[in-house]
Design a protein around this ligand. Structure first.
Ligand code: ADP
Ligand code: MG
Length: 397
């Protein structure tokens, strides 16, 4: 069930009382506290993170919530409402190693593993989870899970870590124990998000600039349109794009594509063979589009002005980086045709979500147009919700 406005359906909030009640019945004890960490959506800057470039995510209002109790041994017990009817999984932290296979529990025990690598004092935990972040939609349910765990563990054991390190524990869990090769963006966004703000992240320096991004105040709305499609070869394609980026940087004699200046880009790229030229052009121009978007936010200009940058980003992903898919291209086109100021695929690509910047009064029409376009193209029916910039991981009880 969800709050519905035509086809726009915002996921129901997580019921904290029910979660605490479930914790009690599972573990026959009170939790020490309740923590929440959000999913995220990237406004602009795709596949720039592993090139040292810029990204611009917001944290979402949808989050993963964990009721947690500290244990005195090294056992971790976890139950997630959405998995196996909430059945408890039990693991011992001393058994967790790189290359092990822990399924979804990797995102949790991986945090404890990473803390151990850093010589932080680690004890086991009992955890009950619930979430209203769509899973596998490119909205980073995985970072919501790893970061709620990192925030809770750090607070309960008083590790006194800065936000970047909390995010890094989450990334270690994803990269080294779950085996998912993500950059740090997802976790930084989940940990550092602020209400009504977008985060310009310099992925090389790992610095975050909070920029006011108050769409409702401007009469605007950001729709997240989940295509419910995913390319089956996305992992291999992702690896190929990483290799191409590295090779292009090598041939251009720079450390990373981030170091290619936007000025005289055409002449610089002439040194590359056609395929690498297109790949590099996407990375350099999309990172520049993050800076252009950030400049609009910083100046407090009309937020509608970022619309064309969103469209250019989509075209760049479609034509140069070749990471879109017919399903998301159809949604992007339909959103713009129905009056969106701009729209683009967001996330790793080959499916996933499209975001569309719309005037509030046009939101329902744009959403309807996307559903109709998917039907015409023979694609799955997309689901649409409003993405609202919200706060990062925190203790809530
Ligand atoms: P995304 O991060 O885009 O949602 P990923 O494939 O990176 O997609 O992460 C999804 C995986 O994260 C799931 O398959 C599952 O292993 C884990 N996960 C995310 N949320 C939960 C949850 N609430 N409970 C259990 N596992 C979860
Ligand atoms: Mg993920």
């Amino acid at each position: 069930s969800a709050r519905a406005d035509g086809v726009i359906r915002t996921p129901d909030p997580v019921d904290f009382d029910a979660l605490v009640a479930r914790f009690r019945s599972l573990y026959d004890a009170e939790p020490d506290g309740v923590w929440a960490a959000p999913g995220r959506v990237n406004i602009i800057g795709e596949h720039t993170d592993y090139n040292g470039g810029f990204v611009l995510p917001i944290a979402l209002a949808q989050h993963t919530v964990a009721a947690v109790r500290r244990r005195n041994d090294t056992v971790v017990r976890i139950a997630s409402a959405s998995i196996n009817d909430g059945a408890v999984v039990t693991l011992d932290l001393t058994d967790v190693t790189e290359g092990g296979d822990y399924g979804w529990a990797a995102y949790i025990v991986g945090v404890g593993w990473s803390a151990g690598q850093r010589d932080l004092p680690v004890t086991g935990l009992d955890i009950a989870l619930d979430s209203n972040v769509p899973v596998g939609a490119g909205l980073s349910s995985s970072a919501a899970l790893s970061c709620v765990t990192a925030r809770a563990w750090s607070d309960l054991l008083d590790w006194q870590l800065d936000n970047e390190t909390v995010a890094d524990l989450g990334r270690d869990a994803e990269n080294k124990i779950a085996g998912a090769p993500t950059g740090l963006m997802d976790q930084l966004a989940s940990v550092c998000g602020q209400e009504s703000h977008a985060m310009q992240i310099d992925t090389r320096a790992v610095t975050i600039t909070q920029l006011r991004f108050d769409l409702p105040a401007a009469g605007l709305s950001l729709l997240a349109i989940d295509s419910h499609t995913e390319h089956s070869h996305a992992d291999g394609e992702y690896a190929e794009r990483r290799r191409s980026s590295q090779e292009a940087a090598l041939r251009l004699g720079v450390r990373e594509l981030r170091d290619v200046p936007l000025e005289s880009l055409a002449t610089t790229l002439d040194k590359l063979p056609p395929l690498l030229r297109r790949r590099a052009r996407h990375v350099v121009t999309d990172s520049a589009r993050v800076e252009q978007t950030a400049a609009i936010l910083l100046a407090g200009d009309d937020l509608r002005r970022i619309g064309p940058l969103l469209n250019d980003s989509h075209a760049s992903m479609r034509d140069d980086y070749e990471i879109t898919a017919p399903s998301v291209d159809a949604l992007q086109e339909a959103a713009v045709a129905a009056g969106a100021h701009g729209a683009r695929m967001t996330g790793g690509g080959f499916g996933g979500c499209v975001i569309a910047l719309v005037d509030q009064q046009d939101a329902a029409a744009v959403a309807d147009a996307c559903v109709a376009a998917a039907a015409r193209g023979g694609f799955p029916t997309p689901t649409v919700f409003e993405a609202v910039a919200s706060g990062g991981a925190a203790r809530i009880r």
